[in-house]
Design a protein around this ligand. Structure first.
Ligand SMILES: *[C@@H]1O[C@H](CO)[C@@H](O)[C@H](O)[C@H]1NC(C)=O
Ligand SMILES: *[C@@H]1O[C@H](CO)[C@@H](O)[C@H](O)[C@H]1NC(C)=O
Ligand SMILES: *[C@@H]1O[C@H](CO)[C@@H](O)[C@H](O)[C@H]1NC(C)=O
Length: 386
């Protein structure tokens, strides 16, 4: 049993036809050991491919998927009160251990290679979904545009899974693939892109980061519906005493609290997944900033912490285990802004000029705000306020 998978991995290396591999795969399907092995090896098959290899990748995809699906953990069903949990939580427990999924679209050169990656000062890492094409288009045109700002590089990556089935799935994947070949800013993995899988998305990205961009200095991790004043973020990071990314930094909107035990809630986390009634300090996942060093610490800690479905809390758990904590940055407003009266214009650029990040912001407002806060004629002092 142990010999066969090794043979197959060698075949893979030699590029033997996918059809042959598939036959071998079917023969081996029952073996858990085999799946585990493949699980660890198959993640890298596209390593070294140039970005333009995307279309060849897509053609190979179906075979890779069947080779690397992750085995359901049947003993999860024996957890206390398992059958009383909502279906998506049962599903979560069955697949909680799965951390390796095929990379459908890769960007091995995003940071200029692992050794050159210190050239990247700020890596924007945006969690998006296959269906959010328009949001991505808007971000590329506004605050998330890849550029040199104040003498340093800003680079952009969208993290995407897969959704839908049949024709819809095909169509959505095609859109994502087209974007990937045009903009070279998409990482896509073959796992279902759901709210509960955001932690998986985060961890699988950190693994990618460790391999491809280990020296990038800072990361801004956010949703595709935030507004970020990236120019201010760069200024803020450049103003730090240690601005080479080698010291701990994890800044955002600080939160605490505990898990929701209401099974109807989007944020429901059953005791079977998280026992304590309090969460460690964490930064709301709408957006936060961390150093490359801290990203590496979190990745290392994550290896020994079982996944939970709330991604921002999970990051807090990893920090706590490393003896680190989050810090509050007044410019990060992941719960939106509060306005003193209804007569004030919520989208007056003067409210946003000095901020780093605000949740939540959609298309035309993002477009308006990015141009407004960067307008050299914008005046925001006292009564001059426009
Ligand atoms: C499967 O689930 C059981 C019960 O929760 C757990 O003890 C075990 O560690 C899980 N196995 C894996 C591979 O995660
Ligand atoms: C997470 O993704 C896996 C792999 O696609 C899928 O089996 C699972 O149902 C997803 N989990 C949830 C809770 O959506
Ligand atoms: C994380 O672990 C790797 C491998 O053990 C190690 O090389 C690296 O220094 C660790 N990162 C941090 C920030 O401790």
């Amino acid at each position: 049993m142990f010999g066969i998978p090794i043979v197959q991995l060698r075949l893979l290396e030699k590029g033997v036809s996918i059809g042959t591999l598939l036959l071998v795969a079917v023969f081996l399907m029952g073996s858990y050991v085999y799946l585990e092995l493949i699980d660890h090896e198959i993640v890298h098959p596209y390593k070294g491919l140039s970005d333009s290899g995307a279309s060849t990748l897509a053609q190979n995809t179906p075979q890779k998927v069947s080779l690397s699906s992750c085995e359901r953990n049947m003993s999860a069903a024996s957890i206390q009160s398992f059958s009383s949990l909502p279906e998506h939580m049962q599903d979560y427990l069955y697949y909680q251990h799965c951390r390796h999924f095929p990379l459908l679209l890769d960007l091995p050169n995003k940071c200029g290679g692992a050794d050159q990656s210190s050239e990247v000062f700020l890596l924007l890492v945006i969690k998006s979904g296959p269906e959010n094409h328009e949001r991505r288009e808007m971000l590329r045109k506004t605050w998330a545009k890849e550029r040199i700002q104040s003498g340093v590089w800003i680079r952009l990556i969208f993290l995407i899974g897969t959704t839908g089935s049949g024709f819809e799935r095909k169509r959505l994947n095609k859109v994502v693939e087209l974007e990937h070949s045009q903009y070279k800013d998409i990482l896509q993995w073959d796992f279902t892109d759901t709210f509960c899988n955001l932690t998986l998305k985060q961890v699988i990205f950190l693994e990618w980061f460790e391999r491809n961009c280990p020296k990038a200095r800072f990361l801004l991790d956010g949703d595709d519906d935030v507004f970020v004043n990236t120019n201010n973020v760069v200024k803020y990071l450049q103003s730090l005493k240690d601005n080479d990314g080698s010291k701990h930094l994890f800044a955002g909107c600080q939160t605490g609290g505990g898990p929701s035990r209401d099974s109807w809630s989007k944020y429901f986390v059953p005791v079977q997944l998280y026992e304590s009634n309090v969460y460690p300090p964490y930064c709301s996942g709408g957006g936060f900033i961390m150093s490359g060093y801290t990203a590496s610490v979190i990745y290392n800690m994550s290896k020994s912490i079982p996944l939970i479905p709330i991604d921002d809390v999970y990051m807090g758990m990893c920090l706590k285990k490393a003896g680190l904590t989050t810090s509050l940055h007044g410019g990060v407003k992941t719960f939106g802004l509060h306005f003193p009266s209804e007569r004030v214009d919520d989208y007056d650029p003067c409210f946003y000029k000095e901020l780093l990040l605000v949740h939540r912001f959609l298309s035309e407002k993002t477009y308006f705000m990015w141009h407004s806060v960067n307008d050299p004629n914008l005046k925001c002092f006292g009564n001059d306020k426009k």
